[in-house]
Write a protein that binds this ligand. Structure first.
Ligand code: PRX
Length: 653
């Protein structure tokens, strides 16, 4: 929480939405969770509930002796238990006679495709686990992964899990600097990357970007490069190896050793309110339990007949939990797609749904709003009748987008699950259960069984109706175990604002039926196309440019991307830089997702008399709102000048 946080009352702009959609009789007929039995069980004893789910959904090599050890803010789940995550995602399906089941229908952007069965995925994972071992990776080590959306990304993650090494996946859109910082923070031994990948019809380079990062990553002793883009790359003798050479020569057997339930499974870096990304830590038994549980019940998974498609990138938590660990633990068949939704045409996703007869489709509101812009004629070109459920994640979904999704993608016959969660929560926390919950467009509805979520006011008192801060009231199995290398920051960031509660950083409203409506972040974290970007991080990047004296960054409401990054920049005396140059510079510093949409140059930034930049006021300027009280401003003229400039900028710039 910062001085710039809006109190929930101030973001209370949402209209009450009264349309309701109960589960259809047809859907209820064959659903895994009709009625309230899961909620009832969890209400009676939430820890016992999770213990039963864990025993039911996973294979443990050794039983745990304690379900949950909770010393606020540190939790351990299934203490004393041992399991191997990759065994749970692969071996047990193959041993159970399901080796021929398709794990992935993979679709490359240029139109090439691969079908990978569970048996094949197990074989390649074992080989790659041995490759990692040969490169000196052992239990407890970290491996960085910087790959496009190709099956090798899944193999690399599962191979780490198999040998007890933690992976740290960095989204392929991040820059060399971002990759370097993440490698160094994690002190990773090995980097797994590719020559390049396909995006919008072109090859985007990865290895050349990685090379820049590798100039300054002393912990890295080996680099494995998958050939995908076919672009020219340099290989450093002794350090760099082609994936296909190593896999071809690797021992095919790597026995899945049982690991402690609390063995570190992965780090995933996410933006917070400061300039330094946080390495969120997730461990094994609890994480796998909750991702498997939520994937099964929220998506009503029937693994023999369903084809699940989550459109996220494996570089984000959604890809970790709902492409890799949840679906594979449940033996699901999935689609994995490498590229963008508009290559070669705006109907690419609908073509893929038709081709593979996708039944469960999970995407983000920003994508849905883009599809709305492209028009209903695009999905109408294809037979989408295989779909039986739709999901949404990453940001609040506006009721119009929800209705469009239901009508034009779901053919008015699919329930929609709007799923609220975070990198830190590891798995879905607030969502309908599709066969049990009556939905309202735009509401994520209720906490899932076993989850405690409440709204509180500024003082930390519970709010039963209206706006408040979203908090979580008890530990959950897939909760983050902390921030890598900085447990004090963990306590401070999540557990210090409200006594005994995890504060998620989101505002929400409760209606009179007890439905939750997420309202977005109340801190300095922006949500651009479902990606979390910290205002401070972009400010730091701008200020790193030699021409920039000062910068203030805000997230302004944007009809397609949810929020857009707007920067206000003061240049150093005598220095010159234009908007394009600074945007490119931020791209270099952080990655293309963090480039400001618009940069305003200003001789001064609006500050309070104590020198704090007034971000809320800048947001008002960016969104063209009338300004309220500016009496605390040191220099009122700064703002009128900024307003004049904002009014001159065409809205779609
Ligand atoms: O603000 C919330 C928003 O995304 C944030 C978490 O971002 P990240 O850790 O990148 O994970 C995204 C995918 C789980 C949250 O604090 N958010 C996520 N899902 C929703 C949402 N906001 C509203 N409704 C959602 N369904």
């Amino acid at each position: 929480m910062t001085d710039n946080a809006s109190p929930p009352g101030a973001i209370d702009a949402l209209q009450w939405e009264n349309r309701r959609f109960p589960p259809s009789a047809a859907f209820k007929n064959d659903t895994l969770a009709a009625g309230t039995f899961l909620y009832d069980e969890a209400d009676a004893d939430y820890q016992g509930f999770w213990a039963r789910q864990s025993a039911d959904l996973l294979d443990w090599a050794k039983e745990w002796h304690t379900i949950c050890e909770w010393e606020l803010p540190f939790a351990k789940w299934f203490v004393g238990g041992e399991l191997n995550v990759s065994f749970n995602c692969l071996d047990r399906h193959v041993l159970g006679g399901r080796g021929d089941r398709v794990a992935f229908y993979w679709e490359g952007e240029p139109g090439d495709s691969r079908v990978v069965t569970y048996a094949e995925l197990l074989d390649e994972t074992q080989r790659f686990a041995n490759v990692l071992k040969d490169l000196g990776v052992g239990k407890g080590d970290r491996v960085n992964i910087y790959l496009p959306m190709i099956p090798e990304a899944v193999v690399a993650m599962l191979a780490c899990a198999r040998i007890g090494a933690a992976h740290s996946v960095v989204f392929g859109g991040f820059s060399a600097n971002s990759l370097r910082d993440r490698i160094n923070d994690a002190e990773a031994k090995v980097l797994v990357t590719a020559d390049g990948g396909f995006r919008r019809g072109d090859v985007f380079p990865l290895k050349p970007v990685a090379d820049e990062a590798l100039a300054d990553t002393p912990s890295i002793t080996g680099v494995v490069v998958v050939r995908r883009g076919g672009n020219e790359v340099e290989m450093e003798a002794g350090r760099d190896h082609w994936y296909h050479d190593l896999i071809g020569a690797a021992d095919p057997v790597c026995v899945a050793e049982p690991m402690d339930s609390e063995q570190l499974l992965f780090l995933l870096y996410t933006s917070g309110t400061t300039g330094k990304p946080k390495g969120i830590m997730h461990t094994s038994g609890g994480y796998l339990t909750q991702v498997a549980f939520t994937h099964k019940y929220v998506f009503d998974l029937h693994p023999e007949t369903d084809v699940f498609w989550c459109t996220a990138d494996v570089g984000w938590i959604t890809g970790h939990s709902y492409i890799v660990y949840g679906p594979l633990a449940n033996g699901a068949t999935q689609v994995m797609y490498e590229g963008v939704p508009n290559h070669p045409g705006n109907d690419r996703l609908w073509e893929i749904i038709e081709k593979y007869k996708v039944t469960l489709f999970y995407t983000a509101p920003t994508a849905i709003r883009t599809f709305m812009k492209w028009g209903a004629a695009e999905p109408e070109k294809h037979d989408l009748s295989s779909l039986r459920l739709l999901g949404s994640v990453g940001e609040p979904i506006n009721p119009e987008a929800w209705m469009w999704y239901q009508e034009h993608i779901g053919g008015n016959s699919c329930p929609i699950v709007d799923t609220w969660w975070q990198t830190e929560t590891g798995a879905i926390m607030i969502s309908p259960l599709p066969g049990a919950t009556t939905t309202k467009p735009g509401s994520a509805t209720f906490p899932l069984p076993g989850i405690g979520a409440e709204l509180v006011d500024e003082q930390g008192d519970r709010v039963e109706h209206g706006g408040g801060y979203l908090t979580l009231t008890r530990p959950w199995p897939s909760m983050l175990r902390g921030i890598w290398g900085d447990q004090e920051r963990y306590r401070e960031t999540y557990w210090s604002r409200f006594d005994g509660r995890y504060f998620a950083g989101d505002g929400a409203k409760l209606d009179s039926d007890g439905y939750l409506w997420l309202l977005g972040r109340v801190d300095d974290v922006m949500n651009v196309s479902g990606h979390r970007i910290s205002t401070t991080e972009v400010e730091s990047a701008l200020v790193a440019h030699p021409a920039v004296a000062e910068a203030a960054v805000v997230g302004a409401t944007d009809p397609t991307t949810g929020q857009a990054i707007i920067a206000y920049v003061t240049l150093r005396g005598g220095a010159a830089a234009d908007e394009q140059e600074l945007r490119a510079f931020v791209g270099e510093e952080i990655g293309h997702i963090a480039k400001p949409k618009t940069i305003y140059f200003t001789p001064d930034l609006p500050k309070t008399r104590s020198g704090k930049i007034m971000r809320r006021l800048l947001r008002d300027v960016a969104e063209g709102r009338n300004l309220g009280d500016t009496s605390t401003l040191a220099d009122v003229n700064v703002v009128s000048e900024l307003q004049r400039r904002a009014a001159e900028t065409p809205p779609d710039d």
